[in-house]
Design a protein around this ligand. Structure first.
Ligand code: KG4
Ligand code: ZN
Length: 554
């Protein structure tokens, strides 16, 4: 297969090159904390984006938790090669992900997983345009393995490096469907054949529910690297709750606690046990699963007969179905409110007059090529001369909310998909859920997020040769185990008081960094954004009106 490549290093202006070299040299000498700050500073300047008429071919590497995954994806939406090594069997014995066992398993698998993805793509590292890697959030020991591999490839093959936020990758892979549809239309096959449930593609702005093992977020996605948080979990994420309930029921947690619990619940009666729907007295978009989990524990203690009892399996199935039903009701209630908040936020933004020039040349963001005929303002993916490319980050120009994206491991759940689909239809939105294998962690989402970020110039040039100080065994690298997607919150979010120490230790959010790199005004996180609301009061709309400046044309 012939792959056309593009190298950032060739286009980079000399000034940027020497600034980068100086920052990199300083970073090599500096202790970890200083290094991290300098690397972040170096990253804050966007690079010149690649020429839009050349397809990008990006290798994505994922190792943030318990899956070692890699994929080679082209910017026209073709998934050229994929490989994944799961670790469920390793962690089953621990009853959860064991960080050092996970890191050892990543280290054992990383070379073969990357080699397999490349081999399936018929590509060598030198054929690639860039390497993208998850740098956070996740387990440091695990992130470290993927990031070191990506940095080694960057050095060996002279590849630009794209730092990817794990949750953004979950969200953006929904947009791959647009490019896949275009590739299908052109007869190229590729990702569309994988069954992405989004024939019309996904354009900004969209509402996005991210439900995984570590995160439960409801955000208004305004652009690549630009998110307004409507709600988040006050305790557990839903995937974590699924895993814990599966464990309480004594289930085997392979391939995932959630998948096993879902299978058990299929044979159960969701109405048999009345469990409390969380947060009924909190009219906002936040989530909580700790109380529900306790309710399930008490129900198990009260109702579940011992092993060997003839009714045990049916009762376990009924408990599983009852838990799932209430958990999904909670999701639906929060998302229903979130749709209103998102619409209010967009209306406020439109009335602030900030939307008129927002889409600019970037209006190719996953624009529909089919299936969304009510939306004629949604630009076609070929209208910008980029062929089937699904790239750019601008809004579609209308400011209207048309789609609900649900992503992350729990989005592979059929009940979640069905009930959120019904809710979306009622609200006049299209539900977009990636195919199940792109919901749980995978390399495709990282490669795709890399492509989306590269299109905006959000990458680092190829790394210079490694120079270690005497006695230094390996380079310090910049990992983001606690990297927030955004710190910009809707006005009705539950206020969280952060100690100044905790706040100082938090990495800057992806949204802050991206806006700065693109030269946009910082998104508002003023006092109004954090103001509490009275219990029972109608929640005020989000603080998005504060977002003034818009991204430049790409
Ligand atoms: O996104 P993901 O693969 O990893 C993280 O980023 O955390 O999500 C994994 C989570 C696990 O908690 C797993 O139990 C849950 O997603 N999950 C499911 C299903 N498949 C995976 N939860 C409910 N139903 C499923 N079918
Ligand atoms: Zn994930």
């Amino acid at each position: 297969m012939m792959l056309v490549t593009w190298r950032g290093a060739l286009l980079r202006p000399a000034a940027l090159r020497s600034a980068w070299a100086a920052a990199a040299a300083a970073a090599r000498r500096a202790p970890p904390q200083q290094h991290q700050r300098r690397a972040a500073a170096a990253r804050a300047a966007a690079q010149p984006p690649p020429p839009p008429d050349r397809p990008l071919v990006v290798l994505g590497i994922e190792s943030s938790c318990d899956d070692t995954a890699a994929a080679v994806v082209a910017s026209d939406g073709r998934v050229l090669g994929e490989a994944i090594a799961g670790q469920a069997a390793i962690h089953a014995a621990f009853g959860g992900v064991h960080p050092s066992a996970a890191a050892a398993a990543h280290a054992a698998a990383i070379e073969s997983v990357v080699a397999e993805a490349l081999a399936r793509a018929g590509a060598a590292a030198g054929d690639l345009s860039a390497v993208a890697v998850t740098v956070g959030p996740g387990l440091s020991l695990c992130l470290d393995v993927g990031v070191r591999k990506a940095r080694a490839l960057s050095r060996e093959a002279g590849l630009p490096l794209v730092a990817v936020h794990h949750m953004e990758a979950h969200a953006l892979v929904a947009r791959l469907a647009a490019a896949a549809a275009a590739a299908d239309a052109a007869g190229g096959g590729g990702a569309g054949a994988a069954g992405a449930a989004a024939p019309g593609g996904v354009a900004f702005p969209f509402l996005c529910l991210l439900v995984s093992g570590g995160h439960n977020l409801l955000v208004l996605a305004r652009g690549v690297g630009d998110y307004l948080q409507l709600g988040s979990t006050l305790d557990d994420a839903l995937g974590e709750a699924y895993d814990k309930v599966a464990r309480m029921l004594g289930l085997k947690l392979e391939p995932h606690g959630g998948a096993v619990l879902e299978a058990l619940a299929r044979g159960g009666d969701p109405g048999r046990y009345a469990l409390p729907v969380p947060m009924q007295r909190h009219p906002n978009c936040d989530f909580s699963f700790a109380g529900l989990k306790t309710g399930v524990r008490l129900c198990i203690e009260r109702e579940l007969p011992p092993e060997g009892h003839p009714d045990r399996e049916q009762i376990a199935a009924d408990i599983a179905a009852s838990f799932q039903s209430v958990a999904v009701t909670h999701l639906c209630q929060r998302v229903r409110r979130g749709i209103g908040w998102a619409r209010d936020a967009l209306a406020a933004q439109d009335s602030a007059g900030s939307d008129s020039s927002s889409s600019g040349g970037g209006s190719d963001a996953g624009g529909s090529s089919s299936g969304n005929s009510s939306n004629s303002s949604n630009s076609s993916s070929s209208s910008n001369g980029r062929g089937g490319d699904c790239s750019g980050s601008g809004r579609d120009g209308s400011g209207a909310l048309r789609q609900l994206v649900v992503a992350g491991g729990v989005a592979s759940n059929a009940v979640v998909r069905q009930r959120l689909g019904e809710l979306a239809a009622e609200a006049g939105l299209e539900l977009v859920v990636p195919p199940p294998r792109w919901c749980t962690d995978n390399g495709v989402m990282v490669a795709w997020a890399g492509i989306e970020r590269m299109r905006l110039g959000l990458f680092e040039p190829a790394l210079p040769p490694l120079q270690l100080e005497p006695g230094q065994e390996q380079e310090w690298i910049d990992l983001r185990p606690r990297w927030p997607l955004t710190t910009e919150k809707a006005a009705g979010s539950t206020p969280r008081v952060r100690s100044s120490k905790a706040a100082a230790s938090l990495a800057r959010s992806l949204t802050e960094e991206t806006r700065e790199a693109l030269g946009l005004a910082p998104a508002g996180e003023g006092p109004a954004a954090e103001a509490p609301i009275a219990a029972g009061a109608a929640a005020p709309p989000a603080a998005a009106a504060a977002v003034g400046a818009e991204r430049p044309a790409v």
